[in-house]
Design a protein around this ligand. Structure first.
Ligand code: SF4
Length: 410
């Protein structure tokens, strides 16, 4: 679920988020989100399904007033059956969490059981360089407040490869993050995205990025330090204590179905009834009739057709569609069996466990080698992929050259 508001736009950010929107806008946006939930709850796709995970991301969800955020979470619960052990995550910017913890208490009462803080770095000069609105001390206060409010599942996002950052800075950031006792750490390397202030600095030759070998050292030493402290490296950029992998993101990496709500949100679902801008799904065919990748695919006995689709990006147009009582879908594309197989490979190979031969064959009726034999052979010969029993996974070298691996399956 996407909340598109931020207090200030960070220098590296190209997410669909907007600074400077007021309280009225927030009220209207939350009302639109609830209207979108109503429309989905009335459709057949989610009927009889239990929701295993909810993720409220952004933007900065915690920029919303606590009562509005709580309304979003209770709104989900009122319309969709949540699994008793559902993972309910809210992303939080430490600069928008009141130390008294009122907002955090409201979130807990509304059912949030996981909180993910954008901490990014231990050094305030780096946080300022990124355009973050918080200090490291505020991260510490926010984590302590979350714990007081009853959150025990706390994730921290960190960044490396930042302008002016040294491997020593990143090591200190990791040690500091570990001292805060999180259950989960995401460590992302900075990507300079087109159109951002960092991109313009980079074009002008003014972005003092660390050299490639320093960034490589940050990744390598970070991995070693986190693993030595009991974290499992389970996805290229993600580490978890035992039992605390992000179940929501595992759905993406395992290429399973999900519904995105909010402006610009993406979904992957089997549609049983027409959607605005996508038309009617064609009637289902049995999988046995589509070997080789027909454009129409469904699993036997399941009606409808799989689509990836996305919502209107701007909050205004998103809200306008809902005001007229229609789902705010901008466009989408049917996902045929070939595409689903390719996506299952390149998403699954982000996970360090890799892609299971048995699960792949159970889903598609063919083993990975039968479909991708030459590509897998090439990548194994280059030392980028390896078989670990029945799992095809990245090697240590493949981990740093993931783009080469994933490109083979796109
Ligand atoms: S807080 Fe997050 S979403 Fe908002 S501008 Fe910064 S990086 Fe982007």
């Amino acid at each position: 679920m996407h909340i598109p508001f931020c207090q200030h736009k960070c220098a590296y950010c190209d997410f669909n988020s907007y600074a400077g929107l007021g309280r009225d806008e927030q009220e209207r946006y939350v009302a639109a989100l609830l209207a979108e939930m109503d429309l989905w709850a009335a459709r057949p796709e989610l009927r009889g399904e239990q929701v295993a995970t909810v993720f409220v991301g952004g933007g900065t969800p915690t920029l919303l007033e606590g009562r509005l955020l709580a309304r979003v979470l209770t709104g989900v619960r009122a319309r969709f059956p949540l699994a008793p052990d559902a993972e309910v995550t809210v992303e939080a910017n430490p600069g928008t969490v009141d130390v008294a913890g009122e907002k955090l208490h409201l979130l807990r009462e509304a059912g949030a059981n996981r909180i993910s803080f954008g901490a990014q770095a231990r050094q305030d000069h780096l946080l300022r360089r990124l355009g973050r609105i918080h200090t490291a001390a505020e991260v510490e206060e926010a984590v302590a407040a979350a714990r007081r409010a009853g959150f025990t599942n706390i994730s921290l996002d960190l960044m490396y490869g930042l302008p002016g950052q040294t491997p020593e800075d990143f090591r200190r950031t990791l040690e500091w993050a570990l001292s805060l006792g999180p259950t989960h750490i995401s460590a992302y390397s900075l990507i300079v995205e087109e159109g951002t202030p960092f991109y313009h600095e980079w074009r002008a030759g003014r972005l003092d990025l660390p050299p490639e070998d320093a960034e490589e050292a940050m990744f390598r030493e970070g991995k070693a330090l986190l693993e030595a402290n009991g974290f499992e490296h389970y996805e290229v950029s993600n580490y978890a204590r035992p039992g605390f992998k992000c179940r929501h993101n595992l759905i993406y990496w395992r290429n399973e179905h999900y519904l995105g709500l909010g402006c610009g949100a993406h979904s992957f679902l089997r549609l049983a009834a027409p959607l605005p801008n996508l038309g009617a799904p064609r009637p289902g065919l049995s999988a046995s009739r589509v070997q080789g990748g027909s454009p129409v695919e469904t699993a036997p006995g399941k009606p409808g057709q799989q689509y990836r689709f996305w919502n209107l990006k701007q909050p205004g147009t998103y809200q306008a569609a809902l005001a007229q009582g229609v789902l705010p879908v901008e466009a989408g594309e049917p996902i045929d069996r070939r595409e689903e197989m390719a996506e299952t490979m390149f998403m699954g190979l982000r996970l360090l466990e890799g892609v299971s031969r048995r699960r792949f064959a159970g889903r598609f009726g063919q083993e990975p080698e039968e479909v991708y034999g030459p590509a897998i052979g090439r990548l194994v010969a280059q030392g980028l992929l390896e078989w670990n029993g029945e799992w095809l996974r990245l090697t240590e070298r493949g981990l740093r050259l993931g783009n080469v691996v994933w490109a083979e399956f796109v």
